[in-house]
Design a protein around this ligand. Sequence first.
Ligand SMILES: [Zn+2]
Length: 722
Amino acid sequence: MMKKILFAALVLALPFSLRAEAVKSLADFQAAAAKANEVLVIPEWPKTPSAVQAEVDNAIKRANSALDTIGKQDLGKVTFQSTVEALDNIQNDAQTAISKTVVVQQTNKDAAMRDAAEKAIKVFQDWAVGVDYREDVYKAVKAYADTKPKLEGEDALLLEHTMRDYRRAGLTLPPEQRVEVEKLRKELAQLETDFQANIVAAKAPVVFTKAELEGVPDSLLESPGVKTGDNSYTVLANVTFQYQAVMQAAKREETRKHLHEVRYNLARDKNVAILNNILAHRNQIALKLGYKSWDDFQTEIKMAKSGAAAKTFIHDLIAGIQPKFAAEVAELRKIKAEETKDPNAQISIWDWRYYQNQLKKEKYTIDPEALRDYFPFQRVLEGMFNIYQSIFGLKFTKIIPPYKWVDDLQLFIVTDAASGQPLGMFYLDMFPREGKFNHFAEFGIIPGKKLPDGKYQRPTVALLCNFPPPQKDKPSLLSHTDVETLFHEFGHALHAIVTKAKYVRFSGTNVPADFVEAPSQMLQNWVWNKKVLDTFAADYRDPAKKIPAETIAKLKEAKLATVGVFYRRQFTFADIDLTLHDVHPEGQPYDCVAASNPLFPKDFLPINPDTAFVAYFGHLVGYDAGYYGYAWADAIAADMATAFENSPDGFLDKVVGMRLRNEIYAPGGSREIDESIRKFLGRERSIQPFLKTLGIETPAKTNGTRPSKESDAGAAKPPTKP
Ligand SMILES: [Zn+2]
């Protein structure tokens, strides 16, 4: 008490803004956490390269010794605590160590620290691969499973998932078959590494004359490396921004067609054979493990649960979006017919970017740069905080971080607004610098978990972003896309922080991969809504000036004008991915090009059949039989958004916000996601709202679930980004 009074006296002398920050200290929050039987720890950050290495080495040592304890126990006395829960405790400790190391690697200003972290991560990864194959540990867990324990809810799920992992790794197979699966997996890993390396290494300079590049902006033509002679310009087909700039702007079809063909043949010489071999390996592994196909193996642990369900979903979307896709292509064709004076002109795969660009220039004149004036960073951040605090019943308090890896690092404590109970912490590292992670993402640091002593460990996360830094004469001004990204990434942070799951395995964003993006995709809708934007977006020079309603309407219109082509292309990639990983007779050779090329004219647009897109399709490693997940999450996001749209306060509705927090975020992966969605929506999920966001009003077939009542959300809203 005394300490508090002294502290308050001190605060009075401080300027107001600082006073607000200093009223509560970390110790106050930790005391509140302790009262609620919780632990709120500030991560201890390694500060030297050797400390980075030691952090991971020690974590591995602790884990190995804990694994030994599991493996050495008397198989007649195994319990839940001594087996599956012990494994989750190991994961908690190891994950915290490696997550911190990843953050060091992505943020530290010292290159030696980043290098040490990178090395430590490699050591950790090599070690982690072997954990699944520890026979002694598996025997102990199996002995416990064999007692057929009567478990419920999250405990039952933890045992089920742990045993499922062992089965998927091949541990339930007879020894000689297991050895074969391990051998195939190792070979597969090497093939996948080679496939990716060939994609990275593929380079294809294409030389054009100025006339051939008619229409292409000078900003590209004059950029370093492009102008390579008096009348010669070298475009790299493998450099995506150069490729896209030409495809969008080159007036001559021959130029676009040629560049496209070069790009769709990148890595072909090596990767076609490698991909065929990869597919054969995956198929063999799946069959040996008792699955019909690799897509069944991959989707088993996702919401889709089977390759067939994923395929039906994608095929339903391809059919569902057909009217919108056909209308857009017809409009592009009309522009092409006029421009080329060929009444029979057709839109091929090398045309859509160019004619979409023409369409946007003619019909949707919006200068996205001018919108930045409405989005000064600090206002946007505070505006987003206000909205999320209000709808999710939370309070964010800024505290001074005991350690900062960069001067402008911020640390916030999240508490439940009603009870004052601390829920977790987040760091904000928002501006670019040399050596820092160069995208936008949320990184977990400490996971949510009920510790063995019964206390709940509250999570800590970090948001690493790269917003434009403030300038001499103006603040950091965000683009509309930046604002959308911030709302999206911060959604992941909240998903992690408000968790109530008991085990690391299910806490926070540890949910199936085809669901994890859905809640954040949904939150992107907020920044397309005038009522929401008006709560914070205002001209930084004159805060009375809000974004005009017509501008928002035009933005939406422009986006809606091209979603048919955008999504049909996405669905085509998903279809290719699932087709390659479908049922395939063992031993029969693969022909990945012959299997995939015909899907372009069928699902999307005509291509030159003598190309090999799949050789350069990097998602086939890592997202194999998983590309459909982008659309899957988008569909769920649009479906979940209807709950807000149909509520009295729309996207600012507190009742629906609390339902999202309690039914989606808090349980995480601790129960079936379909159950969480059902509880949130009050009905089965449906793809109709998604199709509606794409401007399609006629009911199409659904993905096998009961169609929803059409929402009365009004005008179609823009889609979320992939
Ligand atoms: Zn995301």
